[in-house]
Design a protein around this ligand. Structure first.
Ligand code: ZN
Length: 242
């Protein structure tokens, strides 16, 4: 195979590999706007779930506190009645002490019940606010998902094309041609075949010897950058096709 054909095959491989990398990134990276929408949606969902759990636990506590409060109120009535029926100081002080005890227990539980009611009110308001994704938000999110789906499928299709083209070029280069490309690629990826940038190497930016520049331009054999050992080509002679 002539050097020019080999070089042109290598350039094609490099470009296809670049294209493949770009397409893979495209396929695997949802647009930032979509990621933000997804995060917002997930956060809202988490907060909502948290609020529901909190409400459940508050309601549970409320449910067990209420009968306790009622029992204490009955006890308080009982001691109040006793207090009105005492016949001596000793009885009175015993009843008063019982009554104090019940009242302090009752107060603590009533305070807690009040706090629960207040928190339930706030939690219910949170649930109402969080609960509904507005029509606009939903539309925005669904449109972004749909657009991403289209983009991802296009990248997928592009990748299939690239793979097909890659195997065509590989076939044209043959086993020997591919073996030396792989050797070059292994140590210089992801850019093993690079255009000159004026009279410099576009990869390592080293200035090239004038005689080397000349050789790259005539391209009768493969030429490598003295500095980074990448395969060089003249971009004027190998224009990237769209
Ligand atoms: Zn170089």
């Amino acid at each position: 195979m002539k050097a020019r054909e080999q070089l042109s095959g290598y350039i094609a491989l490099q470009r296809l590999l670049d294209h493949r990398t770009a397409l893979k990134r495209e396929r695997d990276t949802p647009p930032e706007a979509l990621t933000t929408l997804r995060t917002q949606f997930a956060e809202r969902h988490d907060k909502l779930e948290h609020a529901h759990k909190r409400r459940e636990s508050l309601q549970g506590e409320q449910g067990s506190l209420q009968p306790e409060v009622e029992a204490l109120r009955e006890e308080r009535e009982h001691f109040r009645k006793q207090k009105s029926q005492v016949t001596n100081m000793k009885q009175l002080s015993a009843v008063v002490s019982e009554l104090d005890h019940v009242e302090s227990q009752l107060k603590a539980k009533e305070d807690r019940l009040l706090a629960i009611w207040q928190e339930l009110e706030v939690t219910d308001a949170d649930i109402a606010t969080l609960g509904e994704e507005s029509h606009e938000e939903r539309t925005l999110r669904e449109e972004a998902e749909a657009a991403w789906d289209v983009g991802r499928k296009a990248a997928e299709a592009g990748l299939a094309d690239v793979e097909r083209e890659l195997s065509n070029v590989q076939r044209e280069l043959g086993e020997a041609g591919m073996a030396s490309f792989k050797k070059l690629w292994a140590s210089r990826k992801p850019n093993a075949v690079v255009p000159m940038d004026g009279t410099a190497c576009s990869a390592c930016h080293a200035d090239l010897r004038p005689s080397l520049v000349q050789l790259v331009r005539t391209n009768e054999e493969l030429q490598f950058c003295d500095h980074c050992r990448r395969l060089l080509y003249d971009p004027e002679k190998f224009k990237a096709s769209a």
